[in-house]
Design a protein around this ligand. Sequence first.
Ligand code: GLC
Length: 755
Amino acid sequence: MTFSFPKLLLPLLFLGLLPGPAAMAQKKKPAPTTASPADIERRVADLLAQMTLEEKVGQLNQYSGREVTGPANDRKNTLLTSIRNGQVGSMLNVKGVHDTREIQAEALKSRLKIPLLFSLDVIHGYQTTFPIPLAEAASWDLDAIRLGAHVAAREAAASGIHWTFAPMVDVGRDPRWGRVMEGAGEDTYLSAQIARARVLGFQGEKLGGTDAVMACAKHFAAYGAATAGRDYNAVDLSPQQLWETYLPPFKAAADAGVATFMNSFNTLNGIPATSNAYLQRDILKGQWQYPGFVVSDWGSIKELVTWGYAADKADAAKKAVTAGSDMDMEGDVYSQSLAQLVKDGRVKIDLVDDAVRRILRKKFELGLFDDAYRFSDEKREKQVLNDPQNRAAARQMAQKSLVLLKNENATLPLGNQLRKIALIGPIAKSRRDLDGSWTVNADTARITSLYDGLRQRAGKATELLYAKGCTVSGDSRAGFDQAVATAKNADVIVLAVGETWDMTGEAKSRTDIHLPGVQEELFKALKATGKPVVVVVFGGRPLIFDAIAEQADAILYAWWPGSEGGLALADVLYGDYNPAGKLPITFPRNVGQIPIAYNQQYNTGRPLLKPGENRYRSAYIDAPNTPRYAFGYGLSYTAFTYSDLKISRPQLKAGESVQVSFTLTNTGKVAGEEVAQLYLRDPVASLVRPLRELKDFRKISLKPGESKTVTFTIDKDKLAFYNSTLEWVAEPGKFNLMIGSASDDIRLEGAVELQ
Ligand code: GLC
């Protein structure tokens, strides 16, 4: 029996606010552990007092478990011996009730029976894959994003996982950097809002429920600013940029109670993040009073030697633990050096005790000392992993993440009367590519391709023709003729192009972000048939596709939409869902324009006021300054007008706020959602400010002809910035306010004055 739960109520259902069919079938909601913080502190202290130095160091080691499950081998035997000797605190990449129970049993043979933490990169879903995080950001729907994290946590926690290495909260402004796919895009405000939503989604209101996992804010910090967009590279930043652009999403995650942080591979102004006491001691554990623990990134402690910051592993261990790195992921540096460093008096035992305390605290909060197997329940695993509501939520999020970039002459939505649709392209029938990178337990058989989705949605009367046309990479045009012949037979062409799932992600920096291979040539050949061409682009980052952008009749940016992507795409292509996605990252015309994030644009002393004017302007002689598609851009099948701007008062003093309201109207024929964006600019300040900065947004749903009043509140905090002495100040004077449908589509303008 398939149960179609009212879609709008899905979020309430998952967050346990409404009983649904699965809930009825499910035992009552797994109760978080009841231990009080004081009780946990006492138990941590008692346990710490019993631990030897070797056992303490043991808690600071994390190893990957790929070799630990499965047939016996040397690596497995070595690891199991270490686990039994209490020399391992956590394992990653061990998943599933069976394997986690098996390995946990080994840990409980140790002298103090300290359970392991099982961790995994559950970045955008565990078995049910959601759109990649950058795609979810395009939804601007914080409830849906939180729900997605909650569903991922439910599935992972039902499979023995205690801890996910997510959310990645690095602001990503450079599309050459492959890891932009894992974050929430180029804007700090949007990234901070999404960081909070994801932490709450993964962890719930309080750790300890077996439908939630520990989250991990990563990569601390400023990893997205890697020089030249090249992964693992150095980062040089002004203090203002660090505090204003890169730290706020981490602070939002910390304020939301994120259980752990992960540091990053990059240096910050010459000091590797993993041994950067300014970041981890002064800011995170000092100013922010962060109570959780910091795990290094994979081998990043060992890499202090490679960077040329540590003389050897012992020096690396000393520098990392002193700087606040609590757990060593796959570095084997702490395990080999830390105990001796303490014995030699080169590292204070207090530093080790603090790290161990932070880790044990989380194990108590998860209830693992009461029942080390409480997350490894076969029955729950089977029930949760096959809950149809998980896929319904993934399909909803995929619908919300799609961005309509172009729709000439209302080419979309496809009409039910269409007799023949030609689905062409190398990704048309692909399933794996729709899942994108960073999928850890995906079941490819469960993924619906665009072909599957269209086949299911198109009526019996519609014939769905297919031709691959070309491969994603490579220069063979051998398939063009057949593709063109197929297209000539159809009423409309749907062309599915983009990147394969492994072309964006970690260690996938690119100097050229054009659509790979001969896909654009295939497009031109199809366009030459004179048939309307709808292009669906799949990818993990902004891509460049000039011919398509200029000549296609319609363009839908699908990102990597996850396991329900094919169904969601059909929902949008047929208009069953009216697209409302908005770009969370700027799409450049060419790589030469980078950095081109919208909030990296300044007036300069010689602004280019109109193309082609006197050349002594801040401009290129070979390209426009403007991007192909701007931050915040995305179309709908309907239209919206913005009117009646009202500002509650023209001035405000410190401590006061101003209400800015306007009327949003759906002037089209179908219901739709609009993301109205509020931008501010400080035109005169002690440091020159960007032309515009996103300070708030609202996603509003409107029926045809319906109007709603939308209100933003502006207070001093929205006017503030870090000045030359790093004080967070709002300076008196006028502030321009802009309300629009995109960062380059401002519909209403006004001003307020701070006195
Ligand atoms: C990787 C990534 C990090 C991930 C970790 C464990 O190198 O940088 O994001 O969580 O290793 O897989």
